[in-house]
Design a protein around this ligand. Sequence first.
Ligand SMILES: [Zn+2]
Ligand SMILES: [Zn+2]
Length: 252
Amino acid sequence: MPTLPLVFMLIGLHFGRYLLSAGGAWAFFFGWKGNPLTATRRLQPGPFQRADLKRELLASAVTAVLFGTLFGVVFGGSTPVPFVRSGAGAVLEFFGWLGLIVLIHDTYFYWSHRLLHHRLVFPRVHALHHRSTNPSPFAALAFHPVEALMQVIWAVPLSLLVPIPSVVWLAFSFLAIFVNVLGHCGVEPYPLSWQTHPVLKWLNFATMHNRHHVKFDGNFGLYFSFWDRWLKTNNGPLTPALSPLRRERETG
Ligand SMILES: [Zn+2]
Ligand SMILES: [Zn+2]
């Protein structure tokens, strides 16, 4: 597809699915007043502030424009990369590539997130995202433009140098926004028992990222908590989800 139409299409895709996923999470957790999950798993007691929601939405719109423009310019005029195999082989290819991309992104996210917390970088770049100390689902793409570019720039050389099928990248981009919205949803949606399960505890929980927005000093992961656990940046009580965070916030 020519560059300009692709840029517009990708901006629409990024912003449209951000609105759908963040709006959907908002409607499910907070629009549905009697939602038992929200009642028992809310991570912070306070209401969301209108100024926070407005800032989160506006910054996310800018991020969507940057994402769409970057990928539109990089991939304009190129043809989609197909699967090498068909049938069951293509399914294997799909999940193999998807798993690899998620592992690469998780590692990149952890280390770039730690860089964003460096005292010289934080005030200029990452502070915008952290202005939400009680983040809503709409904070999912609320980044400074430099951070927005940092978030996705890793995918450019990988997609240009490695023949990963285009469908895998598309699926990954949906998974990434889903995980991102979940991390900012203000509620711990997973069963609390998962946080101590021998296998599932390696996931990154909304509790962890919410705590990151309260204390700023640990829990830098995205999909998994491998890096945080290995490097002992996995701070704070994890379970039960509600009461420890509430206590910390109320007692400072
Ligand atoms: Zn941070
Ligand atoms: Zn965040």
